[in-house]
Design a protein around this ligand. Structure first.
Ligand SMILES: NC(=O)c1ccc[n+]([C@@H]2O[C@H](COP(=O)([O-])OP(=O)(O)OC[C@H]3O[C@@H](n4cnc5c(N)ncnc54)[C@H](O)[C@@H]3O)[C@@H](O)[C@H]2O)c1
Length: 374
């Protein structure tokens, strides 16, 4: 999708950071380390928290509770949305309609319907909305992808994810903490590794009796991808002992061998077929850094050039669609087709849309046979 660019004028991009909670602190560091951006404002519903953070900075920045007001006051050119998932849709919609491109934390929104509304809002406003899916920005993941391609492409890809964090806060109260807050990273990485879109899923969620989460902290899901590959995610967020890495532990099985990655160290490969088949990794962009530092630099670079970033909302929404379809599969005890899931989300998006212009784009997708899977 084309969007309004902000050509490089020799000055850093002026950004407003919204949300100064746990992850907001990490973004502050990433912004501070990135010469291509300049922090001009800090926004949080809790203005005392934003003001406290601002006093610790070496350069003064504006503080407030409304991103648009702070951007107007400071000449802010873009918004970085690090609020809780429930606030992603209102904060990002308002910014896009105010003519501000947005780099937002994952997940794209609380629901796929809201994610589709944001994709349509990006079209209506012509502004870039990119979701920072930070675990894609990892050299080892990219090497793993090269290895898989060199083996002829994966037929089966698996992730084991076993961790035992005690967060407190919103995750402990979520209905689907593992799938929505964590597995969305791995499902997104699986789409990247397999170069395909999801076709169907069968999933069971569960909450071990000793779990300290209110919602289901465990799940096993089997996805069929458009390449024909199967992707299996299994794990829990209350698994003390022998924990996997935060990326999870990966294995790919292909015609000419296997590759595996523990998520922390260089991936290993055993090629039983001789020469490499498809050694190049094809991605829309180059890797510009690790984690959120990489997504921040990609956001700025794409705003300058008009290139499409990896997390552009139209594509990224498919990662949340995998989560939502998995939840639907668990709740209905059946295999769910992503196409049906996206159709239902599109209907819900049309029903609840407040903006007539956005609703028109959503309806145009319906008229064309459904959400255009990219
Ligand atoms: N990429 C990663 O690895 C990673 C890691 C942790 C969290 N996250 C994501 O980052 C986001 C934030 O998570 P967190 O752990 O920092 O949450 P948090 O609860 O610690 O902080 C969220 C902040 O947003 C503020 N806020 C909420 N609604 C707002 C609104 N409408 N306007 C302005 N401020 C608002 C809250 O007051 C709070 O200070 C979530 O989407 C989460 O999934 C990503």
């Amino acid at each position: 999708m084309s969007f309004r660019t902000i050509p490089d004028d020799g000055h850093p991009l002026r950004v407003v950071l919204v949300g100064v909670g746990g992850m907001g602190q990490a973004w502050l560091r990433a912004i501070g380390d990135c010469p291509e951006v300049q922090l001009v404002g800090l926004v949080d519903l809790n203005t005392d928290a934003a003001a406290a953070v601002a006093t610790g900075l070496s350069t003064p920045v504006a503080v407030g509770s409304d991103a648009l007001e702070v951007a107007a006051r400071t000449g802010g050119q873009a918004v970085i949305d690090v609020t809780v998932p429930a606030a992603h849709h209102p904060v990002t919609t308002a910014a896009l309609f105010a003519g501000l491109p947005v780099l937002g934390e994952k997940p794209v929104a609380s629901t796929v319907a809201q994610g589709l509304s944001l994709a349509a809002a990006a079209e209506v406003t012509g502004e870039l909305f990119m979701v920072s899916q930070s675990r894609r920005y990892n050299e080892q993941l990219w090497t793993f992808k090269e290895q898989i391609n060199a083996l002829g492409g994966a037929g089966v890809l698996t992730t084991e994810f076993f961790k035992a964090p005690h967060f407190g806060g919103f995750r402990d109260e979520m209905d689907h903490p593992l799938l929505l807050d964590m597995a969305v990273h791995q499902l997104d990485s699986a789409r990247f590794l397999l170069d395909g879109h999801p076709v169907s899923v069968y999933c069971e969620e569960y909450n071990p009796p000793w779990s300290w989460y209110r919602g289901d902290a465990g799940c096993t899901a089997i996805f069929q991808m458009s390449t024909g590959a199967r992707y299996v995610f299994t794990g829990t967020w209350c698994s003390p002992g022998l924990e996997t890495s935060w990326n999870g532990s990966w294995r790919a099985s292909a015609e000419h061998g296997s590759a595996r990655w523990n998520g922390d160290d260089a991936p290993e490969v055993e090629n039983t077929g001789g020469e490499a088949l498809h050694p190049e990794t094809e991605t829309s962009t180059e890797l510009l850094g690790d984690g959120i530092a990489g997504s921040l630099r990609e956001f700025v670079s794409c705003l300058r050039t008009g290139a499409t970033p990896m997390g552009e909302v139209h594509d990224n929404v498919l990662s949340l669609a995998m989560v939502e379809a998995a939840i639907d599969s668990h709740e209905s005890s059946r295999r769910v087709l992503l196409e049906h899931s996206l159709d239902a989300a599109l209907e819900a998006a049309v029903r609840s849309e407040q903006s007539e212009e956005v609703a028109m784009v959503l309806k145009s997708w319906q008229a064309a046979g459904g959400y255009p899977v990219r």
